[in-house]
Design a protein around this ligand. Structure first.
Ligand SMILES: *Cc1c(COP(=O)(O)O)cnc(C)c1O
Length: 410
């Protein structure tokens, strides 16, 4: 199973649960309630003794379960819980697995809303140290006796910094810390956090996995590497059965059943459809992004290009060793910061919009939009220049994008 190719795994994963009426594709299950012939089975679902049973859609449906099995196979994990958005998945990990008095070490280079939720966690009595995660020594230096978790992104949005995940994974294994990796930008098509010792993988399914910009979703996958018996914050109710499932049981029960962060069947279905072409899209968009990055780097109007597969990127060697390609995310700065907005307006193909991983190329000036609320100090600490422009490369033909950039820069 682990040896099959990525696309083979994706397109056949939902049939392993059994096929309904011979349907080649999984249907959308719209029921909120699930009924049983025997009341014992209803009881069995509540008590966890009837495997694969459903009771109320807030905790999952056969359609979300099919997507979960797809993600589990992609990440080579032991289970996945899907959520209504990537942020619901990330906040569920923090809120269901951390408690007041705990300490979290997090990369300083994280998605803006993840950075914002750190403020919420601090208000709840969880202390957080943010560090430059491209340097594993900085992570090691931040660890305290009450540290429970280390959180990083693979390729950080928007600066494209690459966390030193092999060294951080080793550190976490030595110290018994839960290593959580946000794999949104890379996706399992380019990188499996399990290979660097991550215990949990979180991702926004909205971006690379769905890839069409028409459904929100998130996922938490357990890689099976972390020993939950050593984790003090598992409630007694979930310290039962297979120890590998303890963490995810708590994330599902607290994050879905109690907090209600569930993904709808309709959106799970749309995400599954997108996921089938994951490997093809990621290869195409990464190739286009590299072409554009090289073009921009050579252009005299451009002062900096941030893309891990450029030789000039500070973590280029690490990125080459970890990722099979550089993803669709790149950012750059013009020499003339004041000209940046007019340049964006001159582009005809990229759509001026927030969001990432769409079929269409999206462009946004970072400081006055997605990192506006964070303020100048946070932007400076994350290396976000006032003129930084983020590009999410879509499925357009790269020659057309190049022509458009040429006319806009010219
Ligand atoms: C977009 C994004 C998220 C949040 O995902 P949503 O589905 O938009 O909630 C989390 N992490 C990263 C790296 C992202 O780019």
């Amino acid at each position: 199973m682990a040896s099959e190719g990525i696309s083979t795994g994706i397109v056949h994963s939902d049939r392993r649960f059994g096929v309904e009426h011979g349907g080649v594709h999984k249907p959308i299950h719209t029921s909120t309630q699930y009924g049983f012939d025997r009341v014992e089975d209803l009881i069995g679902v509540f008590q966890g003794t009837l495997k694969g049973g459903y009771n109320y859609a807030r905790q999952g449906t056969p359609t979300t379960a099919a997507l979960e099995s797809q993600i589990t196979r992609l990440e080579q994990g032991v289970g996945t819980v899907c959520f209504g958005t990537g942020m619901a998945a990330i906040s569920a990990v923090f809120l269901t697995l951390l408690r007041a008095g705990d300490h979290l070490v997090a990369s300083r280079f994280v998605f803006g809303n993840t950075n914002s939720i750190f403020g919420t966690l601090r208000a709840l009595g969880i202390t957080i140290t943010t560090v430059d995660a491209t340097d594993a020594a900085a992570v090691a230096a931040a660890v305290q006796p009450n540290t429970r978790m280390v959180f990083v992104e693979t390729i950080a949005n928007p600066g494209t910094q690459v966390a030193d995940m092999p060294a951080i994974g080793q550190l976490c294994a030595e110290r018994g810390l839960l290593f959580v990796v946000d794999n949104t930008i890379t996706s399992p098509a380019l990188f499996r956090p399990r290979n660097v010792g991550a215990g949990l993988v979180v991702q926004s399914l909205t971006k690379t996995i769905a890839g069409h910009g028409q459904a929100l979703g998130g996922a938490v996958t357990d890689t099976g590497l972390y020993d939950w018996q050593a984790y003090p914050n598992i409630f007694d109710a979930y310290r039962k059965g297979d120890t590998k499932q303890w963490g995810l049981s708590q994330v599902r029960k607290k994050g879905l059943r109690d907090m209600g962060g569930n993904l709808s069947s309709e959106h799970a279905h749309q995400i599954s459809l997108g996921a089938e072409t994951l490997a093809l899209r990621v290869a195409h968009c990464s190739a286009t992004a590299l072409t554009l990055a090289r073009y921009l780097q050579a252009h005299e109007a451009v002062v900096a290009v941030h893309y891990p597969m450029l030789e000039s990127h500070p973590q280029h060697a690490l990125a080459r060793s970890l990722f099979s390609a550089g993803s669709w995310l790149l950012s750059f700065e013009l020499k003339d910061t004041a000209a940046c907005l007019q340049f964006i307006d001159r582009l005809r193909l990229p759509i001026k919009a927030t969001g990432l991983g769409d079929t269409r190329t999206l462009i946004i000036p970072v400081a006055p939009t997605i990192f506006w609320e964070a303020g100048a100090e946070v932007r400076a600490s994350m290396g976000i220049a006032d003129g930084l422009i983020r590009l999410s490369v879509g499925l357009e033909d790269s020659a057309d994008l190049l022509t458009d950039f040429e006319q806009a820069l010219g």
